[in-house]
Design a protein around this ligand. Structure first.
Ligand code: GLU
Length: 473
């Protein structure tokens, strides 16, 4: 029954579960939950072969309690109004959980990008942006898109270029979209940010010995076996950074099959193989699993769904062998599957927390664009010279000579260092808040899982914003 709910209803099921642990007026909870506005655009495009086609696109702004609203734009055949509203709602909660001061939004165009040429995609993206401008669904202080499933820096550059042509305020127009190419005022570290955030979040969760012990695991990521579903931007970067953190990526699942090697896969080599052949299947140093669905049932310590929604369902949740499900995608687990996983003692680290790295670094990009200065630009050289003066003083006092390597590793922070340190701090802090909420409820004998704790924290933060507006007592 619960499996037949729409995606937005599923998000609201999770919300309601958490709302029961708060005592806000029902009207306020209703206001937090509802989607504030959404728009369906249809427009024609002329294909390269001269035929005319109608394109369907949406943008939903789920919550205006903070402005601008923020969220990606996805290109996929699955895009529809309910999906976009559900994803916009998840953005609202995600931003609140990691304390990024945006409301939630999401956009999408219903298409399979492989069926379109580059110039068709450019025309579609520019026309979609024009619709957003006309309906006031874009602007640095209004609503700020970013990449999502099926989009990248290229589309963001087209969106920016279309927007600035029409914008009355050229000075701040650059902050109308994030995830832009570096040369177009993007920020270092944005491309890998969601995947990096997933790893920072997992590192924090796995560092707590008591929690790991109850899952039958040792503390730390070192040596843990991980299966990643999806090898797009999020899945690839999560796998790459997991490998760098000494975890073993034993399986990668893609739409046309999965690959498995219990000793660990070399993520970069898998990416090279895919770039050469168009698929991860056929990668020589692994066993091929023809049915990708079987990949989700592989034995491992951590399963990372990093593809699309509704992947872990009532049909396969009892077959999951992992001790931890780390939700890098948005909405990969249905509420029924979630209940089965909880029942089986599997720890689910929820999407609303774990994949917030993308929007966190988007926030840094937006701030950088509004301040018109690259992060670290003012202090870097000063820090460089004070740190080198310090080295010199240590050498003089101790007689020790630092090697060239040691010398090079000491430098003032550049933009990417600052971005990664801000991201890590955000992920650690939000996890601690989430765990504190769990513990506080546990001491009252309420069994609150991570997802519910994250939602409770989001509800508190959003309710506070409304209260500051003086609307609610
Ligand atoms: N599309 C990403 C997400 O789902 C990032 C959104 C953003 O940066 O605004 O979180």
């Amino acid at each position: 029954m619960a499996e037949s709910l729409s995606f937005f209803q599923k998000v609201n099921t999770d919300f309601d579960k958490a709302a029961r642990f708060t005592d806000y007026p029902l009207g306020l909870l209703e206001q937090i939950k509802i989607c504030n506005s959404s728009c369906h655009f249809t427009f024609p495009i002329k294909r390269d072969d001269g035929t005319i086609q109608t394109i369907h696109g949406w943008r939903a702004e789920h919550s205006h309690h903070n402005l601008p609203t923020k969220g990606g734009i996805r290109y996929s055949t699955l895009v529809n109004e309910d999906e976009i509203i559900a994803l916009a709602a998840l953005m609202t909660y995600k931003c609140a959980i990691v304390d990024v001061p945006f409301g939630g939004a999401k956009g999408g165009i219903q298409l399979d990008r492989n069926q379109y040429s580059e110039s068709e995609l450019e025309r579609i993206t520019r026309r979609y942006t024009y619709e957003l401008i006309q309906k006031n669904y874009i602007g640095p202080g209004v609503d700020v898109p970013a990449p999502d499933f099926g989009t990248s820096e290229t589309e963001m550059a087209w969106i920016f270029d279309t927007y600035i042509t029409m914008a009355p305020d050229k000075l701040n127009a650059i902050a109308c979209v994030t995830g832009k190419p570096i040369e177009q005022n993007g920020i270092h570290g944005r491309r890998g940010a969601t995947g990096r955030g997933v790893v920072y979040g997992l590192e924090e969760a796995c560092s707590i010995e008591e929690d790991m012990k109850s899952l039958g695991l040792t503390a730390g990521l070192h040596g843990k076996s991980v299966v990643v579903q999806g090898f797009g931007n999020v899945g690839y970067h999560a796998a790459k950074f997991l490998m760098e953190s000494d975890a073993r990526v034993t399986g990668i699942i893609e739409i046309d099959g999965a690959i498995y090697n219990p000793k660990g896969l070399d993520v970069e080599k898998v990416a090279e193989h895919r770039a050469e052949t168009g698929s991860i299947c056929g990668y020589p140093d692994a066993e091929l699993i023809k049915n990708p669905n079987d990949g989700l049932e592989l034995a491992c310590d951590i399963l990372v769904p990093a593809a699309l929604e509704n992947q872990l369902t009532a049909a396969n949740a009892s077959e999951v062998k992992a001790a931890i499900v780390a939700e890098a995608a948005n909405g990969p687990t249905t509420p029924t599957a979630d209940a089965i996983l909880q029942e089986r003692g599997i720890m689910v680290i929820p999407d609303t927390y774990l994949n917030a790295g993308g929007v966190t670094v988007s926030y840094f990009e937006w701030l950088r664009n509004l301040s018109h200065v690259q992060l670290g630009r003012l202090g870097k050289r000063f820090e460089d010279s004070t740190q080198h003066a310090m080295l010199h003083a240590v050498e003089k006092a101790t007689g020790y000579q630092f090697s060239n390597e040691e010398r090079q590793s000491i430098h003032g922070a550049d933009e990417e260092d600052l971005v990664n340190s801000g991201l890590q701090d955000t992920m650690i802090r939000a996890y601690q808040e989430l765990r504190e909420t769990r513990m506080a409820h546990r001491s009252k004998n309420d069994d609150v899982d991570c997802r519910t704790a994250a939602f409770i924290n989001a509800i508190h933060r959003i309710a506070q914003s409304y209260m500051q507006l003086g609307i609610f007592p």
